[in-house]
Design a protein around this ligand. Structure first.
Ligand code: NAD
Length: 471
């Protein structure tokens, strides 16, 4: 059943719910939630067979309270203006919640990538970038796209290359887009970042014994059963890190099918099976579920929607058995669904926080492109040599020798990947603790989503007040 409200209205319902916990004047709240700029572009694509097709595309910059704005580009037939604006708004709140200094933006091209050749996708992406340049909707200090549903490193490389070819003398041009391949100024760990952030967020949430007790769960990830809807970038990496962290992945679904095995599935084995068979179905030992949506209603401790929006609704929320819903996708739960989950006492870790890993690492990529220095490049050898000298001094004093393994472990300068992973962990853990504290401070009525939105409103409204625009 389609939700009654548009996606942006749904985001605003969450905003309004949180705004009740603040006392800002209505005009200021309106300024925080309104979308500042949106651009609808149409352009012709010459298909490989010579036919001309008109392509519809959008870019929305939801909030200019911080610049540049930042957000992914989505390729899907479901893309429309409302969706792009809603996703841009979620980006604003997300960046604010994890203290990444960007306003929110989002882009989309209304195509099904399966229907286009690689050459056609390249033409679409380069023309879309050209349109963004013409309309001043892209640039290192203006608006910085990134991958989202249906796009990846390849598209980001095309965007960077097109931008550079139109602005050849711009020293910081590569910072116009993030999620690029390493060879083109990308950063270690970006591809896995959102899934890794999802893992850190769930691990932190499961670490509070008093919260787990309320849910009838033991603290920690070990042995927790997890079902994941979506086995793309975010779904796969979330599954991988959670499994490594001790959780048991019991259900997985993508567009090719849904499978369930209460004893556990084995993430890499499922990945290989799908690569070989082009389908998740018929994985050894697992049951094929009759329909894709059945995945949401399976027995598990943690359900992770990691596909698209509007999956948990007023229609199916009452049948969900999970005790924790960890929103890796953007907007997977409608407000009607959310209300039912709240009434059932389900703990929802909200999208505006949980999938912020991608934008956090994108921020580091942007900084790296602006500074033209790889993280760790300046200090890594220095740190390693200093540690080795220290160990040598300890050996001289004690008369005992460290083994080679011990020496390599203790004398280790941080690589870019080490630094980025540690910074992501710090960001996700700190933000979760802040949201949890706020929800406790607000009392019974405030779930984690409301608490996260209250924090976002305070920070954005605060920046307008600092500017002297509002009293
Ligand atoms: P993706 O294209 O890599 O993967 C999407 C997956 O969802 C695919 O496996 C697809 O088959 C599956 N899927 C689609 N519809 C489905 C359905 N009805 N039932 C079951 N599976 C279905 O996309 P992604 O990058 O992993 O993004 C997934 C979600 O995470 C989106 O909501 C996106 O906005 C959000 N997100 C992504 C990132 C990122 O870094 N990629 C960052 C933040 C948020």
């Amino acid at each position: 059943m389609p939700p009654e409200d548009s996606f942006f209205q749904q985001v605003n319902l969450n905003f309004d719910r949180a705004a009740q916990f603040t006392d800002y004047p209505p005009g200021l709240l309106e300024q925080v939630k309104i979308c500042n700029s949106v651009c609808h572009m149409t352009f012709p694509l010459e298909r490989d067979d010579g036919e001309i097709e008109v392509i519809h595309a959008w870019r929305a910059e939801h909030s200019h309270h911080k610049q540049p704005t930042k957000g992914g580009v989505r390729y899907s037939t479901l893309v429309n203006e409302d969706e792009v604006i809603a996703l841009a708004a979620l980006m604003t709140y997300k960046c604010t919640i994890v203290d990444v200094p960007f306003g929110g933006a989002k882009g989309g091209v209304q195509i099904d990538t399966k229907n286009y050749s690689t050459a056609e996708l390249e033409r679409i992406t380069r023309r879309y970038t050209y349109e963004l340049i013409q309309k001043n909707f892209i640039g290192p200090g203006i608006d910085v796209p990134a991958p989202d549903y249906g796009t990846g490193e390849r598209e980001m490389a095309w965007i960077a290359d097109t931008y550079k070819s139109f602005t050849p003398d711009k020293l910081e041009g590569l910072a116009c887009v993030t999620g690029k391949p390493m060879e083109l100024g990308g950063i270690q760990g970006r591809t896995a970042a959102t899934g890794r952030g999802v893992y850190f967020g769930i691990r932190e949430a499961c670490g509070f014994s008093e919260d787990m007790k309320v849910l009838g769960l033991t603290p920690g990830l070990e042995g927790k059963s997890v079902v994941i809807q979506g086995f793309g970038n975010v779904g796969y990496h979330s599954a991988k890190f959670l499994e490594e962290g001790g959780a048991v992945i019991v259900g997985l679904a993508d567009m090719t099918g849904a499978i369930y095995n209460p004893k556990g599935l084995g993430v890499e084995e499922v990945f290989e099976h799908r690569t070989e068979k082009d389908s998740l179905l018929d994985f050894p030992g697992a049951t094929n579920l009759p329909s894709l949506t059945d995945i949401l209603e399976q027995e598990c401790d943690i359900l992770i929607p990691a596909a698209l929006e509007n999956q948990i609704t007023g229609e199916n929320a009452s049948r969900i058995k999970a005790k924790i819903i960890a929103e890796a996708a953007n907007g997977p739960t409608t407000p009607e669904g959310d209300e039912i989950l709240r009434a059932k006492g389900v703990w929802v870790i909200p999208d505006v926080y949980l999938n912020a890993g991608g934008v956090t690492i994108s921020y580091f990529e942007w900084l790296k492109n602006l500074s033209h220095v790889r993280f760790g490049q300046l200090e890594r050898r220095f740190e390693e040599n200093r540690d080795r000298n220290l160990l040598k001094a300890m050996e001289d004093v004690s008369g005992q020798q460290f083994s080679k393994t011990e020496r390599d472990r203790l004398a280790h300068g941080a690589t870019e990947e080490d630094l980025v992973e540690a910074a992501l962990e710090e960001t996700m853990v700190t933000a979760y603790d802040e949201i949890r504290r706020e929800s406790k401070a607000l009392g019974e009525a405030a779930d984690l989503r409301t608490a996260a939105m209250v924090l976002a409103i305070h920070k954005i409204a605060g920046s307008y007040i600092q500017l002297g625009i509002f009293p």
